[in-house]
Design a protein around this ligand. Structure first.
Ligand SMILES: NC(=O)c1ccc[n+]([C@@H]2O[C@H](COP(=O)([O-])OP(=O)(O)OC[C@H]3O[C@@H](n4cnc5c(N)ncnc54)[C@H](O)[C@@H]3O)[C@@H](O)[C@H]2O)c1
Length: 310
């Protein structure tokens, strides 16, 4: 039987936690009322690395971060994509460097990190944004595509983070951003590899956050982003009757604001935070029924994706 003194201590601490939780709720409420312009941190002169910055929301984030005075770096497997991002950022008066990196290649990631540190400097903010999707049922998904999905959407986060976190830890200052997806919070048929890789990305963010706190490194911030479908072309053809398709510029703006305000998790649209809560609280059969009502299996019916259209 547990020591009564230990139990009493636990009860007292749980009571304190409940009081603190009420305070934290009130704090978030008050923060919502404060205009964002007062809550944004200054990133002027910070080196920000955006993976997959050669297209979609990655490119738009590069533009928005550079507009705030950051020295932006894009890592992309597409040389043409990188060049276009660098051109657009420079045309807008910002600083941008592009490196061709295949994030599936661990050694290439470490080599590019060494080059980046020598040529630009230490990374202050790392945005793990690159992503790929197969968009097929599991039995039709080629093994290589499944492997690539995990490498780009989740595994490479370890290599990029390990390459740049050391300097952040030494200073107890920095930011690691994970661009995940609502597919990392709720299941969707036709996306087994993508959902599983995004659940892994969410898990990466949550565990890294816990580890940083446990080691007293709360100056290193973490942000996880979970949007529904965005009209960048990556999910071309996928659509839902009930969830909106987000505009890339809006998403990039919200992500940049989440970084500047040190938001822990950003759901887009905001009300999507209800989904994981329901999944945790409701019986599986109830969630299956909700999935049918929301016609989740229709989402990927007309999917063509980026590779087939471009
Ligand atoms: N588009 C959506 O509907 C949607 C929804 C939720 C989350 N997301 C996530 O947002 C992020 C950005 O998506 P997007 O819509 O801008 O897609 P996108 O296809 O426009 O951009 C992805 C970029 O990643 C790059 N990339 C792919 N594989 C790479 C590799 N091996 N090495 C280096 N770069 C590589 C691509 O070249 C591309 O420039 C992704 O992580 C995606 O999973 C997208």
């Amino acid at each position: 039987m547990a020591d009564p003194q230990v139990v009493m201590m636990l009860v007292a601490r749980l009571l304190m936690w409940m009081v603190a939780t009420v305070y934290f709720f009130l704090e978030s409420l008050v923060l919502c009322l404060i205009p964002r312009s007062y809550r944004r941190k200054d990133i002027k002169g910070n080196v920000v690395l955006v993976t997959g910055g050669g297209s979609g929301i990655g490119r738009l984030m590069c533009l928005k971060l550079a507009a705030r005075g950051a020295v932006v770096v894009t890592w992309d497997v597409s040389e043409a994509g990188n060049e276009e991002t660098v051109r657009q950022v420079q045309a807008a008066g910002g600083q941008c460097h592009g490196y061709v990196v295949d994030l599936c290649d661990r050694q290439a990631v470490y080599a590019a990190a060494t080059r980046l540190k020598q040529e630009v400097g230490h990374v202050d903010i790392l945005v793990n944004n690159a992503g790929v999707v197969t968009g097929k049922n599991i039995m039709e998904s080629p093994d290589d595509s499944i492997q690539r999905t995990f490498d780009v959407n989740a595994i490479c986060h370890f290599w990029t983070t390990k390459a740049f976190l050391g300097h952040m830890l030494a200073q107890n200052k920095g930011h690691i951003v994970t661009i995940a997806s609502m597919a990392g919070k709720m299941a969707c048929s036709g996306l087994v590899d993508y959902c599983a890789s995004k659940y892994a990305a969410v898990g990466f963010h949550e565990t890294l956050q816990a580890e940083l706190k446990a080691n007293g490194k709360d100056g290193v911030k973490t942000t996880c982003v979970c949007p529904v479908v965005i009209s960048t072309g990556m999910f071309q053809g996928a659509e839902s009757k009930y969830f909106p398709t987000l505009v890339p510029d809006f998403v990039a703006g919200e992500v940049v604001d989440a970084i500047l305000m040190n938001t822990s998790t950003l759901y887009l649209p905001n009300y999507m935070w209800l989904m994981p809560l329901q999944i945790m609280m409701f019986p599986q059969k109830s969630m299956d029924m909700l999935g049918e009502i929301l016609e989740m299996k229709e989402l990927m019916k007309n999917f063509v994706g980026r590779r087939k259209t471009e």
